[in-house]
Design a protein around this ligand. Structure first.
Ligand code: PEP
Length: 287
């Protein structure tokens, strides 16, 4: 593991993030897991455990049937509720679909769009992601727009091209004001649910590329303000090192968000860092 030798180095990076108003977002993506009783039990425990972590924003992206009950449990708490997908039409004969307006009406404030499982299992294209992003913005939801390359694309040196295409198509025709309301998530497909995490350096390098693309597509000010999350086998034992990178403004977590104990550790990642730092200082002092 790469730990900062100097605890002040970590602090400087946190300060830089804050200066650009990029409050860290720790988001759990439950995918298609849990039944209602389990969802409520988890939510009650989470509310108890993370009620006072003001430096991070906490979000649970749950399956549709749990959104309204979770919103009620999290009422008067800082924890937010998000959906994992939506359909872009506001209403009509679209059997099985859920609109942005419906999500907003049950207390959602975020929605994931373009998750790799939607892209690769259900065939969502970047044009679909663009329509979903716009309809989310129209209903005052914050879209978390996911992009990421497959293993063969990374290995053949095509990561930059893949990300450029996904971003230009998924964010097409958004105004700067609209884009300022979005969150980006870099999720390398090869790291999702595989136990294989991008190294902090790899994630940071790619997220810097994403930030530079935002600068090219919009401007410097927007690029500095946009939060870019990392997702792909994030766990309590790697979150601190990932979050110590300057271009990571949060994490989108699947597997490790399913247990409340593990998600609490992710939310409180900086406590793990403080322990590491004091251990390092103690070791440097020869204790
Ligand atoms: C995800 O669901 O977005 C994800 C990154 O999954 P995992 O953390 O399990 O790799």
């Amino acid at each position: 593991m790469v730990h900062f030798k100097d605890p002040f180095e970590k602090m400087e990076r946190e300060n830089e993030r804050r200066q650009h108003m990029r409050k860290a977002l720790i988001a759990g993506n439950w995918k298609m897991n849990k039944v209602l009783t389990e969802a409520i039990e988890y939510a009650l425990a989470l509310k108890e455990r993370v009620s006072e972590v003001p430096e991070v924003e906490v979000l649970i992206c749950a399956p549709f049937p749990f959104l309204n009950p979770l919103s009620k449990v999290f009422e008067n708490s800082p924890i937010k509720v998000g959906a994992q997908d939506l359909y872009w039409e506001p209403k009509g004969a679209y059997t099985g679909s859920v609109s942005a307006q419906m999500l907003e009406s049950v207390g959602c404030s975020y929605v994931i769009v373009g998750h790799s499982e939607r892209r690769h299992v259900f065939g969502d294209t970047s044009e679909d992601v663009n329509k979903k992003t716009k309809s989310a913005l129209g209903a005052y939801l914050t879209p978390i727009v996911c992009v990421g390359e497959k293993l063969e694309e990374r290995e053949s040196g095509h990561t930059d091209n893949v990300l450029r295409n996904q971003m230009t198509q998924s964010l097409a025709d958004l105004t700067k004001e609209e884009m300022l309301k979005c969150v980006m998530a870099y999720e390398p497909v090869w790291a999702i649910g595989t136990g294989r995490t991008a190294t902090p350096h790899q994630a940071n390098e790619t997220q810097l590329f994403i930030r530079n693309l935002l600068k090219e597509m919009f401007d410097k000010d927007l690029a500095e303000q946009t939060r870019i999350l990392y997702g792909g086998s994030v766990k309590p034992d790697n979150v601190y090192d990932l979050m110590s990178e300057p271009n990571l403004d949060g994490v989108l977590v699947g597997g490790a968000s399913l247990s409340v104990e593990s998600f609490e550790k992710l939310v409180k990642y900086s406590e793990a860092g403080e322990e590491e730092s004091s251990d390092t200082v103690a070791n440097q002092d020869g204790e």
